[in-house]
Design a protein around this ligand. Structure first.
Ligand SMILES: Nc1ncnc2c1ncn2[C@@H]1O[C@H](COP(=O)(O)OP(=O)(O)O)[C@@H](O)[C@H]1O
Ligand SMILES: [Mg+2]
Length: 266
């Protein structure tokens, strides 16, 4: 007998994230023009597009790191559900960012204090969230690093002395230490050796499967997107030009720009 089809979950669930009409310019450069997207619980949404298409800007806005010029952003998190997060004051925005959003940058210098220890980097995130008990901090940091498959004998080493793959695992541990509702990944494996990249992707896949984390992953590498993303959104010059199920978009791209991207990578 054939396996039953999966229920069309997207139609039955409320999105965990909804962004409408995001707008951002830098001087005369329009980095984002009316970008809207939704992310469903436990879903991985891939974002692809050539360099300069606005992918990192999108993640910075969703991480409440930088204010938009316009738009509405909602996240289903305790205390803030149904509110436009762009309207929060700095203190509240920081609360949401620290408690409910994790981010991994391509460049570990952006996400980590390179001279502190690996466990200190993770503990810092817990301290920012108000935790003060030393024993607990140490244990929680250790657990988060273990979940990210970071070698525990290296807990006290500084990221500066670690390999690129290990640095990304520290970023991942820091991002996930507080069990965020949303995980943002900006080219998390770009620049790593292919074999290291595969290991980090395995860890991400496992964590996603086990914890049902909702993720938004930016990558110019369609192999990464194919491996991780349920749906994909194609950006060009600050706009979403195509979106759909990953297989569908990558196998049968409709927009000429997506066709170009897909064929360039074959
Ligand atoms: N802080 C900034 N100051 C000025 N221009 C910026 C800044 N951040 C991004 N941009 C510009 O916005 C556009 C989108 O950039 P970005 O979001 O980094 O694209 P991507 O991540 O897709 O490569 C680019 O033209 C970039 O030069
Ligand atoms: Mg970028």
């Amino acid at each position: 007998m054939e396996a039953a089809l999966e229920p069309p979950r997207l139609e039955h669930q409320q999105p965990v994230l909804r962004a409408m009409g995001l707008q951002k310019s830098y001087g005369r450069v329009t980095a984002l023009a009316q970008v809207s997207l939704a992310l469903y619980p436990g879903e991985v949404l891939g974002v692809v597009g050539e360099s300069g298409s606005g992918k990192s800007t999108l993640l910075r806005l969703l991480n409440l790191q930088e204010p938009p010029d316009g738009g509405d952003y909602r996240l289903e998190v305790p205390g803030y559900a149904g509110q436009n997060l762009f309207a929060l004051d700095r203190y509240q925005a920081r609360q949401v960012r620290v408690r409910h959003i994790g981010i991994v940058y391509q460049n570990p210098h952006q996400g980590l204090r390179m001279q502190h220890t690996a466990s200190g980097n993770v503990a810092e995130r817990l301290i920012l969230a108000g935790e003060r008990r030393f024993g607990w901090l140490r244990r929680a940091a250790r657990e988060a690093l273990q979940a990210s498959e970071f070698p525990l004998e290296r807990l006290d080493e500084a990221p500066l002395r670690l390999s690129g793959g290990m640095q990304q695992r520290v970023q991942l541990a820091k991002a996930l230490a507080l069990q965020p509702t949303l995980l943002l990944l900006d080219e998390p494996t770009t620049g790593l050796d292919v074999s290291v990249q595969a290991l980090v992707l395995d860890t991400l896949k496992r964590l996603q499967r086990e914890r049902g984390i909702s993720m938004l992953i930016v990558s110019h590498d369609l192999g990464v997107i194919r491996t991780l993303a349920d749906r994909v959104l194609v950006m060009r010059a600050g706009r979403v030009v195509e979106q759909g199920l990953t297989d569908q978009v990558l196998e049968d791209p409709q927009h000429p720009y997506t066709q170009q991207l897909v064929h360039a990578k074959l």
